[in-house]
Structure formats: C-alpha cells, structure tokens
Design a binder for this molecule. Sequence first.
Ligand code: SF4
Length: 432
Amino acid sequence: MGSKRLKAVALRGDKKRKIAVGDAGRLKLVRENFIKTLQTSRFHQGLTAAGTGGGTSFLLSIGDCPTRNWNSTGTDSMPTCDKLNSGNMDPYKLRAYGCHSCPIRCGALIRVKEGPFATQEEMHRPEYETLAALGALCMNDRVEAVIKANEICNLYGLDTIAVGGAVAFAMECYGRGLITSGDTGGIELKWGSGEAVVALTEKIARREGIGAILADGVKRASERIGKGSEEWAMHIGGHRLPYHDPRVSPSMGLHYIADAQPACHVGAQGASILEGGRALGADPILQPPELEFYGAYDKKGQMHATGLAYFQTLSSSGLCALYAIQLPIPVAELLSPVTGWDIGWGEAIEIGKRILTLRQAFNAREGVLPEAFKMPKRFFDPLTVGPATGQAVDFETMKRGYFQAMAWDLTTGKPDPKALKALGLDDLVKDV
Ligand code: SF4
C-alpha cells in the first residue's frame, strides 16, 4: 500500500439490504452462548478494562516481554515496567470503544493535552505490542513518550512493532559505539530515553538522516551499518519480531519461522491452547495430544497443523484474534447456521489447511524458501526467568514436523501436488 501511496480502503454498506443468514434461530442460540462465555472469561474482562496493555509488566515477569533489544527480560531487568501498564493511561482516557458488535470493546481513545509529549489530537490507546516496542524494548518507562511515538506512527501509517524494533536496534548500536550522536543528528540514543524514542520515531517517519537508514527495518539497517550489527538485528527473514518470547511459548516460535508470513504473533493462538494441554472444543479432532509442554518437539507436527488451521478458519470468518487467546471458539458451530451449510470441525480444519497451503504456495511460487525464516541467535540461549527457565527449545525440529504434517517440502517450500488436490487447490499444481 505504501509503494502505491494508498493510505486506506473504505467501504460503505447499504443498511436497508440486510444479509440473510442460513438459520437465524440456531445462530442466535450459538451466539448467545458464545457471548456469555466471552463475557464471563476473566481474560476477556481484563481486555474490556484495559485492552491488551493491562498486563505488560506481568508479561515481563514471566520472560515473555523483552527489554534492551532482546538482551534481557524479567522484572529485574526493568523494575519500573509497571509504569507501562495501560492503567497508567487512564488519566488521558476520553472514552472506551470497540469494533462493530463486539461484546468486549477493548479499545480506548486518549489524549495527552500538555507536557513534552502532548498529542496533536485524540488517538487510540497503545496496545501491548506498542508498549513493549516503544517502551520496554527501549527501556523507556515513560508511557507518555510511548503514546507520542505511537501517534507519530499512526499519523504516518507505520507499524509500531517495526519502529520500536528499529529504535532499540539503533540504541544497541549507539551503546556499542557503532553510531554516535554525530550520526543521529544530535539525539543521545541512551537506553530509557523517552525523548530519544520520540525523536528517532519522527526521523524514521520522515526518512531524515539516521531515520533513512532505519526506515526499511533492522535487517537492511544492519546491512547499511555493518560492523557486526547483523547479530543484534532482531528479525526473521527481514520481518520484524513481535514482542512475545518464543522460548516462553514454543508454538508461537514455530509459527514465527514456519508460517508463510514470518515473525507474526497472530495465528498461533489455537496451537498454543493445544500445546497447553487444553482442547479447542468437544470434537475429537480438537483434542490436545498427551505431550509435555517443553519437549517432544518431533511429535507435535499434527498438533501444530490443526491448531494453526483452526486459527485461519476463525480469522477468515471475521472473528477476532483476541477472542481466541485462552478460549476455544465455536467457529464451526457459528459457520454452519450463518452459511446454512452443514460444516463440521473436520471441514473447518480443512478450510484452515487450505488457507495455510494457499499462502505457502504463494511463497513457493515466488521463490521464498523455508530456510529464509530462521530464529535469531539470541533465542538459542535458555531464559533465566519465568516458566521457560533453562529450557532450550528445538524450533527447527518442530518446523520439520509441521511441514511434514502439512505435506510441504522443507527445502523448496512446495506443497505436495496430491495434498493440493485433496484440498481442492488443483489450479496451483502447475504454479508450484
Ligand atoms: S473485535 Fe477484538 S479488537 Fe475489536 S473490540 Fe473486540 S476484542 Fe477488541
């Protein structure tokens, strides 16, 4: 969209022409039960109260949220991290909001009226990823600075996850003496400086000076800066990392390196539930394997195939990724009365596999090889805090098992022609 100078796509519906559903009575029943489940879930009540940023310091305490450009984690690495919990933005809150018809309503509009980080206008309250990226990752505990940098990113259409990663990478380069304030236009890129986070975000947005070096992401920035900086450019296949440590959730890590879109924190929700030993529903296909959480990495291919397919079906149905954290969602049970087709869980998982395979086939056709998506070195050292303490996760073995379960070639990335046909993707056989 950026290269086409396209800012947004807007659609307008016709209120008078309601779209009918297949079985309104059955849908009402399933929907009412589903909404009740969401509303009584403590996790989702937390989302209503504070959005995803309510537990930033909790995620740090269990080793999930990184600090200092992924050099550290845990409360001791940043004792003031609780200043980044979204409750600290309550004084700036104007009102809550939510997506259309959502019972959770996890968003809020805020405005900082005065001070060095005053915002231009009202804006969305930063979510967890933004608080981690422009806050904890840079050791910046000033929530107002995160809000201001978030506003700059929003105004310019930039991904806060990527910008935070670039700022933290630059701070590490600065700390190691690879760049100086002469290179940064006078900005002292010290860990924890809210002023530096905001000033550098502005430079990246405008591609000014050092901002031009960082604006294409940390991979390209490290190629430009050189001097060994590639080692702390945290990316997978050039794609910036989100702020969930893959050692805390091995399924999330598998998804980072095995999905067609690398380093994405959205998509592993179903696999994570199964990995935690919980079922995704009553159907036999949705049951977790009896495997240890850390370990048995060569036996989890089918579990990942089911869990990742589950999420694709959920997401393509228009359901929110946040619903799927911690809770099994009745996707097939909702799809059937909406469409009027008898969709069971076997078919729902097959739909998800078709989507996963279509995306993978796109990469294979374009010559994007699976080996391009590798975990950065820093994740091979075991964590020293949280539930993953001391665990060395074998991500590559998990990837091999998942590719096998999906019938994708681990070297070329090409889906097996028989598997393509079985999924009704016959047209793709000639492409890959
Ligand atoms: S649909 Fe998802 S993102 Fe939107 S308000 Fe609901 S929970 Fe939040």
